[in-house]
Write a protein that binds this ligand. Structure first.
Ligand SMILES: Cc1cc2nc3c(=O)[nH]c(=O)nc-3n(C[C@H](O)[C@H](O)[C@H](O)COP(=O)(O)OP(=O)(O)OC[C@H]3O[C@@H](n4cnc5c(N)ncnc54)[C@H](O)[C@@H]3O)c2cc1C
Length: 399
Protein backbone atom coordinates (compact mmCIF):
# COMPACT_ATOMS: atom_id res chain seq x y z
CA UNK A 1 0.00 0.00 0.00
CA UNK A 2 2.77 2.47 0.94
CA UNK A 3 4.40 2.14 -2.44
CA UNK A 4 1.08 3.01 -4.11
CA UNK A 5 -0.03 5.85 -1.88
CA UNK A 6 0.13 9.48 -2.95
CA UNK A 7 0.93 11.87 -0.10
CA UNK A 8 -0.45 15.41 -0.48
CA UNK A 9 1.10 18.18 1.63
CA UNK A 10 -1.51 20.92 2.09
CA UNK A 11 -5.29 20.68 2.41
CA UNK A 12 -6.22 23.91 0.61
CA UNK A 13 -7.78 24.40 -2.83
CA UNK A 14 -5.25 22.32 -4.81
CA UNK A 15 -4.66 19.59 -2.21
CA UNK A 16 -8.30 18.70 -1.54
CA UNK A 17 -9.21 18.88 -5.24
CA UNK A 18 -6.34 16.57 -6.17
CA UNK A 19 -7.33 14.14 -3.40
CA UNK A 20 -10.91 14.01 -4.74
CA UNK A 21 -9.76 13.31 -8.30
CA UNK A 22 -7.25 10.67 -7.20
CA UNK A 23 -9.99 8.97 -5.23
CA UNK A 24 -12.20 9.10 -8.33
CA UNK A 25 -9.35 7.43 -10.23
CA UNK A 26 -9.06 4.71 -7.56
CA UNK A 27 -5.57 5.81 -6.45
CA UNK A 28 -4.79 5.62 -2.68
CA UNK A 29 -4.25 9.10 -1.27
CA UNK A 30 -3.95 10.95 2.05
CA UNK A 31 -3.77 14.69 2.78
CA UNK A 32 -1.50 16.25 5.45
CA UNK A 33 -2.39 19.80 6.47
CA UNK A 34 -0.36 22.07 8.77
CA UNK A 35 -3.31 23.73 10.55
CA UNK A 36 -4.41 21.92 13.70
CA UNK A 37 -8.00 21.71 12.43
CA UNK A 38 -10.23 22.79 9.55
CA UNK A 39 -10.39 26.55 9.75
CA UNK A 40 -12.28 29.54 8.38
CA UNK A 41 -9.84 31.62 6.35
CA UNK A 42 -9.90 34.43 3.81
CA UNK A 43 -12.68 36.59 2.45
CA UNK A 44 -14.43 35.71 -0.79
CA UNK A 45 -13.12 35.20 -4.28
CA UNK A 46 -14.20 34.57 -7.84
CA UNK A 47 -14.05 31.19 -9.45
CA UNK A 48 -13.77 31.60 -13.22
CA UNK A 49 -15.69 29.34 -15.66
CA UNK A 50 -12.56 27.23 -16.26
CA UNK A 51 -12.25 26.58 -12.51
CA UNK A 52 -15.98 25.85 -12.27
CA UNK A 53 -15.54 23.19 -15.01
CA UNK A 54 -13.20 21.32 -12.69
CA UNK A 55 -15.66 21.55 -9.79
CA UNK A 56 -18.43 20.35 -12.15
CA UNK A 57 -16.47 17.17 -12.86
CA UNK A 58 -16.46 16.56 -9.10
CA UNK A 59 -20.23 17.11 -8.98
CA UNK A 60 -19.82 20.25 -6.86
CA UNK A 61 -20.66 23.10 -9.25
CA UNK A 62 -24.42 23.20 -8.64
CA UNK A 63 -23.95 23.49 -4.87
CA UNK A 64 -21.25 26.13 -5.33
CA UNK A 65 -23.48 28.23 -7.60
CA UNK A 66 -26.29 27.94 -5.05
CA UNK A 67 -24.06 29.04 -2.16
CA UNK A 68 -22.44 31.89 -4.08
CA UNK A 69 -23.43 34.48 -6.68
CA UNK A 70 -23.08 34.36 -10.47
CA UNK A 71 -20.97 37.22 -11.83
CA UNK A 72 -22.10 38.12 -15.33
CA UNK A 73 -20.11 41.31 -15.98
CA UNK A 74 -17.02 43.26 -14.96
CA UNK A 75 -17.95 46.92 -14.62
CA UNK A 76 -14.90 49.22 -14.82
CA UNK A 77 -15.56 52.62 -13.23
CA UNK A 78 -13.70 55.76 -12.34
CA UNK A 79 -13.79 57.20 -8.84
CA UNK A 80 -16.80 59.40 -9.63
CA UNK A 81 -18.78 56.36 -10.78
CA UNK A 82 -18.49 57.00 -14.54
CA UNK A 83 -18.20 53.89 -16.68
CA UNK A 84 -14.77 53.22 -18.21
CA UNK A 85 -15.77 49.90 -19.77
CA UNK A 86 -17.98 46.89 -19.26
CA UNK A 87 -17.41 43.30 -20.29
CA UNK A 88 -19.43 40.16 -19.92
CA UNK A 89 -17.45 37.63 -17.91
CA UNK A 90 -18.71 34.61 -19.77
CA UNK A 91 -22.08 33.16 -19.17
CA UNK A 92 -22.78 29.51 -18.60
CA UNK A 93 -24.12 29.09 -22.13
CA UNK A 94 -20.81 30.23 -23.64
CA UNK A 95 -18.37 28.30 -21.48
CA UNK A 96 -20.53 25.62 -19.89
CA UNK A 97 -20.10 27.18 -16.43
CA UNK A 98 -20.46 30.75 -15.11
CA UNK A 99 -18.05 32.89 -13.04
CA UNK A 100 -19.07 32.59 -9.41
CA UNK A 101 -18.15 34.75 -6.45
CA UNK A 102 -18.24 32.77 -3.24
CA UNK A 103 -16.88 32.92 0.28
CA UNK A 104 -13.55 31.09 0.42
CA UNK A 105 -14.68 29.31 3.56
CA UNK A 106 -17.88 27.99 1.91
CA UNK A 107 -15.93 26.65 -1.05
CA UNK A 108 -13.20 25.15 1.14
CA UNK A 109 -15.85 23.52 3.34
CA UNK A 110 -17.53 22.02 0.24
CA UNK A 111 -14.22 20.44 -0.85
CA UNK A 112 -13.45 19.24 2.67
CA UNK A 113 -16.99 17.85 3.12
CA UNK A 114 -16.71 16.00 -0.20
CA UNK A 115 -13.33 14.56 0.84
CA UNK A 116 -14.77 13.32 4.16
CA UNK A 117 -17.83 11.88 2.39
CA UNK A 118 -15.47 9.93 0.10
CA UNK A 119 -13.55 8.55 3.06
CA UNK A 120 -10.33 10.44 2.18
CA UNK A 121 -7.97 10.81 5.16
CA UNK A 122 -7.36 14.54 5.78
CA UNK A 123 -4.85 14.73 8.63
CA UNK A 124 -4.58 18.05 10.51
CA UNK A 125 -1.66 19.30 12.60
CA UNK A 126 0.80 17.82 10.07
CA UNK A 127 3.23 20.54 9.07
CA UNK A 128 5.70 19.19 6.54
CA UNK A 129 9.30 19.97 7.56
CA UNK A 130 11.44 17.45 5.66
CA UNK A 131 11.33 15.00 2.77
CA UNK A 132 13.48 11.87 2.35
CA UNK A 133 13.55 9.85 -0.81
CA UNK A 134 14.95 6.33 -0.79
CA UNK A 135 14.50 3.67 -3.48
CA UNK A 136 10.87 3.44 -4.46
CA UNK A 137 9.61 5.41 -1.51
CA UNK A 138 9.33 8.98 -0.36
CA UNK A 139 8.95 9.90 3.32
CA UNK A 140 7.29 13.08 4.57
CA UNK A 141 8.36 14.21 8.04
CA UNK A 142 6.14 16.48 10.09
CA UNK A 143 6.79 19.01 12.82
CA UNK A 144 4.97 16.88 15.41
CA UNK A 145 7.65 14.18 15.04
CA UNK A 146 5.54 11.79 12.94
CA UNK A 147 6.26 10.65 9.40
CA UNK A 148 4.53 8.88 6.53
CA UNK A 149 5.76 6.86 3.54
CA UNK A 150 4.32 6.89 0.07
CA UNK A 151 5.13 6.42 -3.59
CA UNK A 152 4.91 10.13 -4.45
CA UNK A 153 4.61 13.44 -2.64
CA UNK A 154 2.62 16.31 -4.07
CA UNK A 155 3.43 19.75 -2.65
CA UNK A 156 0.10 21.61 -2.56
CA UNK A 157 1.18 23.73 0.38
CA UNK A 158 0.56 27.20 -1.02
CA UNK A 159 2.63 30.27 -1.79
CA UNK A 160 5.00 29.83 1.18
CA UNK A 161 5.42 26.13 0.31
CA UNK A 162 7.80 24.10 2.48
CA UNK A 163 7.89 21.47 -0.28
CA UNK A 164 9.25 24.04 -2.75
CA UNK A 165 11.92 25.17 -0.31
CA UNK A 166 12.90 21.56 0.42
CA UNK A 167 13.23 20.38 -3.18
CA UNK A 168 14.36 23.67 -4.74
CA UNK A 169 16.20 25.58 -1.99
CA UNK A 170 17.47 28.10 -4.58
CA UNK A 171 14.06 28.84 -6.11
CA UNK A 172 12.97 32.49 -5.97
CA UNK A 173 11.09 33.49 -2.82
CA UNK A 174 7.58 35.03 -3.10
CA UNK A 175 7.99 38.53 -4.53
CA UNK A 176 6.09 41.53 -3.18
CA UNK A 177 3.74 42.85 -5.87
CA UNK A 178 3.64 46.38 -4.44
CA UNK A 179 0.18 46.40 -2.88
CA UNK A 180 -1.28 46.30 0.58
CA UNK A 181 -4.81 44.92 0.44
CA UNK A 182 -7.70 45.37 2.77
CA UNK A 183 -11.36 44.45 2.56
CA UNK A 184 -14.51 43.34 4.29
CA UNK A 185 -17.89 41.67 3.95
CA UNK A 186 -21.24 43.23 4.78
CA UNK A 187 -24.83 42.17 4.89
CA UNK A 188 -26.78 43.99 2.17
CA UNK A 189 -29.20 45.22 4.85
CA UNK A 190 -26.36 47.36 6.22
CA UNK A 191 -26.08 49.34 2.96
CA UNK A 192 -28.44 52.12 1.93
CA UNK A 193 -29.76 52.33 -1.60
CA UNK A 194 -28.95 48.72 -2.37
CA UNK A 195 -31.33 48.78 -5.37
CA UNK A 196 -28.68 50.82 -7.24
CA UNK A 197 -26.30 47.90 -7.04
CA UNK A 198 -26.41 45.24 -9.72
CA UNK A 199 -25.93 41.84 -8.11
CA UNK A 200 -24.43 40.31 -11.26
CA UNK A 201 -21.68 42.95 -11.54
CA UNK A 202 -18.18 42.85 -10.18
CA UNK A 203 -17.28 46.54 -10.04
CA UNK A 204 -13.64 47.59 -10.38
CA UNK A 205 -12.90 51.22 -9.52
CA UNK A 206 -9.73 52.99 -10.71
CA UNK A 207 -9.06 56.32 -9.03
CA UNK A 208 -6.15 58.37 -7.80
CA UNK A 209 -6.47 57.23 -4.20
CA UNK A 210 -6.08 53.60 -5.24
CA UNK A 211 -8.01 50.63 -6.56
CA UNK A 212 -11.37 49.61 -5.04
CA UNK A 213 -13.54 46.60 -5.98
CA UNK A 214 -16.93 45.31 -4.84
CA UNK A 215 -19.45 42.62 -5.70
CA UNK A 216 -21.89 40.13 -4.21
CA UNK A 217 -20.62 36.78 -2.91
CA UNK A 218 -24.23 35.68 -2.30
CA UNK A 219 -27.45 37.53 -3.04
CA UNK A 220 -27.58 39.24 0.37
CA UNK A 221 -23.86 39.75 1.05
CA UNK A 222 -21.41 42.20 -0.47
CA UNK A 223 -17.63 41.87 -0.55
CA UNK A 224 -15.30 44.81 -1.09
CA UNK A 225 -11.53 45.07 -1.27
CA UNK A 226 -8.94 47.71 -2.08
CA UNK A 227 -5.31 47.69 -3.18
CA UNK A 228 -3.03 50.50 -2.07
CA UNK A 229 0.54 51.00 -3.23
CA UNK A 230 2.83 50.74 -0.22
CA UNK A 231 6.66 50.50 -0.37
CA UNK A 232 7.99 47.06 0.52
CA UNK A 233 9.97 48.27 3.54
CA UNK A 234 6.79 49.74 5.09
CA UNK A 235 4.16 47.15 4.28
CA UNK A 236 4.69 44.76 7.20
CA UNK A 237 4.48 47.48 9.83
CA UNK A 238 1.53 48.88 7.92
CA UNK A 239 -0.34 45.63 8.55
CA UNK A 240 0.65 45.11 12.17
CA UNK A 241 0.19 48.68 13.36
CA UNK A 242 -3.38 49.12 12.20
CA UNK A 243 -6.48 48.85 14.37
CA UNK A 244 -9.85 48.49 12.65
CA UNK A 245 -10.64 52.12 13.53
CA UNK A 246 -7.34 53.32 12.08
CA UNK A 247 -7.89 51.40 8.84
CA UNK A 248 -11.45 52.73 8.53
CA UNK A 249 -10.40 56.33 9.10
CA UNK A 250 -7.51 56.13 6.65
CA UNK A 251 -9.68 54.59 3.93
CA UNK A 252 -12.52 57.05 4.48
CA UNK A 253 -10.02 59.81 4.06
CA UNK A 254 -8.48 58.28 0.95
CA UNK A 255 -11.76 57.38 -0.74
CA UNK A 256 -13.61 60.57 0.26
CA UNK A 257 -14.35 61.39 -3.41
CA UNK A 258 -15.31 57.89 -4.54
CA UNK A 259 -18.88 57.12 -5.60
CA UNK A 260 -21.55 55.30 -3.62
CA UNK A 261 -21.31 52.71 -2.09
CA UNK A 262 -17.51 52.92 -1.59
CA UNK A 263 -17.45 55.11 1.54
CA UNK A 264 -20.44 53.37 3.01
CA UNK A 265 -18.85 49.95 2.56
CA UNK A 266 -15.75 51.16 4.40
CA UNK A 267 -17.67 53.03 7.09
CA UNK A 268 -19.93 50.08 7.94
CA UNK A 269 -17.18 47.44 8.02
CA UNK A 270 -16.45 46.33 11.56
CA UNK A 271 -13.58 43.97 10.92
CA UNK A 272 -11.02 44.58 8.17
CA UNK A 273 -9.13 41.75 6.49
CA UNK A 274 -5.58 42.69 5.48
CA UNK A 275 -3.24 41.09 2.96
CA UNK A 276 0.14 41.70 1.41
CA UNK A 277 0.20 40.79 -2.28
CA UNK A 278 2.91 38.32 -3.26
CA UNK A 279 3.47 36.31 -6.38
CA UNK A 280 5.74 33.54 -7.61
CA UNK A 281 6.42 33.31 -11.31
CA UNK A 282 6.21 29.74 -12.63
CA UNK A 283 9.48 28.01 -11.72
CA UNK A 284 11.65 26.49 -14.47
CA UNK A 285 10.31 23.08 -13.46
CA UNK A 286 8.03 21.79 -10.73
CA UNK A 287 9.31 18.29 -10.04
CA UNK A 288 12.31 16.57 -8.54
CA UNK A 289 12.49 12.81 -8.04
CA UNK A 290 9.19 11.61 -6.60
CA UNK A 291 7.97 15.08 -5.65
CA UNK A 292 6.02 17.66 -7.67
CA UNK A 293 4.47 21.06 -6.86
CA UNK A 294 0.96 22.15 -7.83
CA UNK A 295 -1.11 25.30 -7.25
CA UNK A 296 0.42 28.33 -5.54
CA UNK A 297 3.38 26.23 -4.39
CA UNK A 298 4.68 26.24 -7.98
CA UNK A 299 3.19 29.44 -9.41
CA UNK A 300 1.33 31.98 -7.31
CA UNK A 301 -0.44 34.56 -9.45
CA UNK A 302 -1.08 37.94 -7.90
CA UNK A 303 -4.66 38.42 -6.75
CA UNK A 304 -5.36 40.69 -9.77
CA UNK A 305 -5.69 37.67 -12.04
CA UNK A 306 -8.78 36.30 -10.26
CA UNK A 307 -7.52 32.90 -11.42
CA UNK A 308 -5.25 31.57 -8.62
CA UNK A 309 -7.77 29.07 -7.27
CA UNK A 310 -8.92 28.08 -10.75
CA UNK A 311 -5.28 27.36 -11.69
CA UNK A 312 -4.96 25.21 -8.56
CA UNK A 313 -8.11 23.30 -9.61
CA UNK A 314 -6.88 22.80 -13.18
CA UNK A 315 -3.47 21.60 -11.96
CA UNK A 316 -5.10 19.11 -9.61
CA UNK A 317 -7.47 17.67 -12.20
CA UNK A 318 -4.87 17.46 -14.95
CA UNK A 319 -2.28 15.72 -12.74
CA UNK A 320 -4.87 13.23 -11.47
CA UNK A 321 -5.98 12.51 -15.03
CA UNK A 322 -2.39 11.76 -16.04
CA UNK A 323 -2.07 9.35 -13.10
CA UNK A 324 -5.38 7.70 -14.04
CA UNK A 325 -4.42 7.29 -17.70
CA UNK A 326 -0.77 6.25 -17.22
CA UNK A 327 -0.51 4.68 -13.75
CA UNK A 328 1.51 6.24 -10.95
CA UNK A 329 4.52 3.98 -11.63
CA UNK A 330 5.13 6.16 -14.71
CA UNK A 331 5.47 9.26 -12.56
CA UNK A 332 8.63 10.54 -14.33
CA UNK A 333 6.88 10.68 -17.68
CA UNK A 334 3.72 12.05 -16.04
CA UNK A 335 5.58 14.90 -14.33
CA UNK A 336 7.10 15.92 -17.67
CA UNK A 337 3.71 15.76 -19.42
CA UNK A 338 2.22 17.84 -16.61
CA UNK A 339 4.83 20.57 -17.00
CA UNK A 340 4.59 20.57 -20.78
CA UNK A 341 0.84 21.21 -20.62
CA UNK A 342 0.60 23.51 -17.62
CA UNK A 343 3.73 25.70 -17.88
CA UNK A 344 2.77 27.68 -21.05
CA UNK A 345 -0.71 28.41 -19.70
CA UNK A 346 0.61 29.57 -16.33
CA UNK A 347 3.22 31.80 -18.00
CA UNK A 348 0.49 33.44 -20.07
CA UNK A 349 -1.56 34.13 -16.94
CA UNK A 350 1.48 35.55 -15.20
CA UNK A 351 2.01 38.06 -18.02
CA UNK A 352 -1.70 39.01 -17.99
CA UNK A 353 -1.58 39.56 -14.20
CA UNK A 354 1.40 41.91 -14.61
CA UNK A 355 -0.70 44.13 -16.88
CA UNK A 356 -3.57 44.06 -14.33
CA UNK A 357 -1.20 45.16 -11.56
CA UNK A 358 0.10 48.10 -13.55
CA UNK A 359 -3.52 49.31 -14.11
CA UNK A 360 -3.94 49.47 -10.32
CA UNK A 361 -1.05 51.89 -9.86
CA UNK A 362 -1.82 55.48 -8.99
CA UNK A 363 -0.77 57.84 -11.77
CA UNK A 364 -1.74 61.48 -11.03
CA UNK A 365 -4.66 63.30 -12.64
CA UNK A 366 -3.34 63.49 -16.21
CA UNK A 367 -2.00 59.94 -16.06
CA UNK A 368 -5.37 58.76 -14.80
CA UNK A 369 -7.17 60.49 -17.65
CA UNK A 370 -4.90 58.75 -20.17
CA UNK A 371 -5.20 55.42 -18.35
CA UNK A 372 -9.01 55.59 -18.45
CA UNK A 373 -8.97 56.30 -22.19
CA UNK A 374 -6.51 53.44 -22.81
CA UNK A 375 -8.50 51.04 -20.64
CA UNK A 376 -11.75 51.96 -22.39
CA UNK A 377 -10.11 51.39 -25.79
CA UNK A 378 -8.32 48.13 -25.02
CA UNK A 379 -11.04 46.59 -22.87
CA UNK A 380 -13.62 47.52 -25.53
CA UNK A 381 -11.48 45.92 -28.22
CA UNK A 382 -10.04 42.87 -26.48
CA UNK A 383 -11.85 42.52 -23.15
CA UNK A 384 -14.38 39.83 -23.90
CA UNK A 385 -12.28 38.15 -26.57
CA UNK A 386 -9.28 38.32 -24.25
CA UNK A 387 -11.06 36.20 -21.68
CA UNK A 388 -11.77 33.38 -24.12
CA UNK A 389 -8.37 31.67 -23.82
CA UNK A 390 -8.77 31.77 -20.04
CA UNK A 391 -12.36 30.59 -19.72
CA UNK A 392 -12.69 28.04 -22.51
CA UNK A 393 -9.95 25.72 -21.19
CA UNK A 394 -11.43 22.36 -20.37
CA UNK A 395 -9.81 19.11 -19.25
CA UNK A 396 -11.69 16.07 -20.44
CA UNK A 397 -11.55 13.51 -17.62
CA UNK A 398 -12.76 10.62 -19.75
CA UNK A 399 -10.70 11.10 -22.90
C1 LIG B 1 -6.64 38.42 -1.06
C2 LIG B 1 -6.67 37.29 -2.06
C3 LIG B 1 -7.65 37.30 -3.05
C4 LIG B 1 -7.69 36.27 -3.98
N1 LIG B 1 -8.67 36.28 -4.93
C5 LIG B 1 -8.76 35.26 -5.82
C6 LIG B 1 -9.83 35.21 -6.78
O1 LIG B 1 -10.69 36.10 -6.87
N2 LIG B 1 -9.89 34.15 -7.60
C7 LIG B 1 -8.97 33.13 -7.54
O2 LIG B 1 -9.10 32.18 -8.32
N3 LIG B 1 -7.95 33.16 -6.66
C8 LIG B 1 -7.81 34.19 -5.79
N4 LIG B 1 -6.80 34.21 -4.90
C9 LIG B 1 -5.75 33.16 -4.96
C10 LIG B 1 -6.17 31.84 -4.36
O3 LIG B 1 -6.61 32.01 -3.01
C11 LIG B 1 -4.98 30.88 -4.41
O4 LIG B 1 -4.40 30.90 -5.68
C12 LIG B 1 -5.42 29.45 -4.09
O5 LIG B 1 -5.93 29.40 -2.78
C13 LIG B 1 -4.24 28.50 -4.27
O6 LIG B 1 -4.58 27.22 -3.79
P1 LIG B 1 -3.46 26.29 -3.16
O7 LIG B 1 -4.14 25.04 -2.72
O8 LIG B 1 -2.30 26.20 -4.05
O9 LIG B 1 -2.96 27.08 -1.87
P2 LIG B 1 -3.80 27.35 -0.54
O10 LIG B 1 -5.24 27.40 -0.81
O11 LIG B 1 -3.12 28.49 0.12
O12 LIG B 1 -3.56 26.03 0.33
C14 LIG B 1 -2.30 25.67 0.83
C15 LIG B 1 -2.52 24.82 2.08
O13 LIG B 1 -1.28 24.27 2.50
C16 LIG B 1 -1.17 24.36 3.90
N5 LIG B 1 0.25 24.34 4.26
C17 LIG B 1 1.15 25.37 4.22
N6 LIG B 1 2.36 24.95 4.62
C18 LIG B 1 2.23 23.63 4.91
C19 LIG B 1 3.15 22.65 5.37
N7 LIG B 1 4.44 22.94 5.62
N8 LIG B 1 2.69 21.38 5.59
C20 LIG B 1 1.38 21.07 5.34
N9 LIG B 1 0.47 21.97 4.92
C21 LIG B 1 0.90 23.24 4.69
C22 LIG B 1 -1.87 25.69 4.21
O14 LIG B 1 -2.24 25.76 5.58
C23 LIG B 1 -3.05 25.65 3.26
O15 LIG B 1 -4.17 25.00 3.82
C24 LIG B 1 -6.72 35.22 -3.95
C25 LIG B 1 -5.74 35.20 -2.96
C26 LIG B 1 -5.70 36.25 -2.02
C27 LIG B 1 -4.62 36.23 -0.96
Amino acid sequence: MENEKVIIAGGGMAGLTLALFLKKAGIPVAVYEAYPEFKNSGLSFTIAPNGMQVLAELGLSTAIIKSGNIISAFEFKNAGGGRIARIRTGHGEQYGQPSVMISRYTLHKALYGAALAQGIAVNYGKKLIAINERGEMVTALFEDGTQVNGALLIGADGIHSATRQLIFPDAPKPAYVGFYGTGGILDIKDINNDETLNKGDLTLVYGNAGFFGYGFDKPDEILWWSSLEVPENEVKSFVTNNTDDQIRNRLLDLFADYHHPVKELVAKTKQFAQTISYQIAPLDGWHKGRVILIGDAGHALSTTSGQGASMAFEDAMFLAKLFKDNGIANYQQIFKLFEAERMPRLKKFFEAAKRGNSDKKVTGTFGLFIKEKMMAFFIGLFGEKGLKWQYSYKINWNK
